[in-house]
Write a protein that binds this ligand. Structure first.
Ligand SMILES: NCc1[nH]cc(CCC(=O)O)c1CC(=O)O
Length: 318
């Protein structure tokens, strides 16, 4: 309760700069929407910081349990009732559902594209032979090597600022990052080239946020109206399609996957590809259908890719 007795919406967040930027945006939107919903009780939104193992342990993500380590602690705080909503980068959210938790809102998506942040304004085509480009993502690595087999992909980890500094310090010629993360951190000036989704298919859900709440509260909590108002059905459908594809492909292969859904009125178009680690092979496809069939469209395209040999790409040399 805040001093005048109105309920405080407790929004759980990690402490990283990106998480705080995203949570802060959602907090402001939720406060405005709740206030605008005609509800007498104008709520405050309180940010509650949650420390996760991924923040403490800087070892390679794959060794400490993948991006799931960030999500787990935040979801536990939600399930335990310490907070009411949590905000995730949708692309970091595992596809398996969590008990008692639902995605209460999917706000309007930012640009889902990946971007190059290079020294001296360089583009992918302009990088010198043997240029050192940082990314920790097998998906970005494979597609970068498909575009430029001669560049050296350097594995990197750490937050967005750490990665940008590798370029400004002269350790790397460039890094590949998400346009959305840079925009939210007000670092878009570092972008030297926006990579078209045709050339660099984004991660499933990239650029979108997932606002999770407890399932029991989704319809009935005093903030349910604000969650409804925050939800963008087009973004939700795009994320649903990309993530159902990912879940269905993951069941059949562990090769890098990229996907991009676009929405035009009531129609959704999903393009996706699975890559060999070296980027020299790929299986790509598209599917178009009604927005309301987003999940089924993702499964349909996944089955198509698997039928055409997506699973086999796992065996390709690294
Ligand atoms: N893996 C870290 C991460 N998780 C989400 C984003 C960007 C924000 C988004 O996808 O919406 C980033 C940084 C990046 O990939 O450059």
């Amino acid at each position: 309760m805040d001093p005048v007795g109105a309920p405080l919406l407790r929004l759980g967040t990690r402490g990283s700069a990106l998480a705080l930027a995203q949570s802060g945006m959602v907090a402001r939107q939720l406060a405005e929407l709740a206030a605008g919903s005609g509800d007498e009780r104008v709520p405050g939104v309180e940010l509650v910081r949650i420390k996760t193992e991924g923040d403490v342990n800087q070892g390679p993500l794959a060794q400490i349990g993948g991006t799931g380590v960030f999500v787990g602690a935040v979801r536990t705080a939600l399930a335990d009732g310490r907070v009411d909503v949590v905000v995730h980068s949708y692309k970091d959210l595992p596809t398996a559902p969590a008990d008692g938790i639902v995605v209460g809102a999917v706000p309007v998506r930012e640009d889902p594209a990946d971007v190059l942040c290079a020294r001296d304004g360089l583009t992918v085509a302009g990088l010198p032979t043997g240029a050192r480009v940082g990314t920790g993502s097998p998906r970005r690595s494979a597609q970068l090597r498909a575009l430029r087999p001669d560049v050296e992909v350097v594995p990197v980890r750490g937050n967005v600022d750490t990665r940008l500094r590798l370029v400004t310090d002269g350790h790397l010629d460039a890094v590949v990052l998400a346009a959305s993360g840079l925009a939210r951190l007000d670092r878009s000036a570092a972008i030297t080239e926006r990579l078209r989704p045709e050339d660099m298919l984004p991660a499933c859900g990239q650029g979108a946020l997932a606002v999770e709440c407890r399932t029991v509260d989704r319809q009935t909590a005093w903030y349910a109206g604000a969650l409804n108002a925050l939800d963008d059905p087009a973004t939700r459908a795009a994320a649903d399609a990309e993530r159902s594809l990912l879940a269905a492909v993951e069941a059949g292969c562990v090769a890098p996957v990229g996907a991009h859904a676009t929405v035009d009125g009531a129609t959704l178009r999903l393009t996706a590809a699975v890559f060999s680690a070296d980027g020299q092979e790929q299986v790509r496809g598209s599917v178009t259908g009604p927005l309301v069939d987003a999940v089924a469209l993702g499964v349909e395209l996944a089955e198509d890719l698997l039928t055409r040999g997506a699973g086999r790409l796992l065996a390709a040399p690294r």
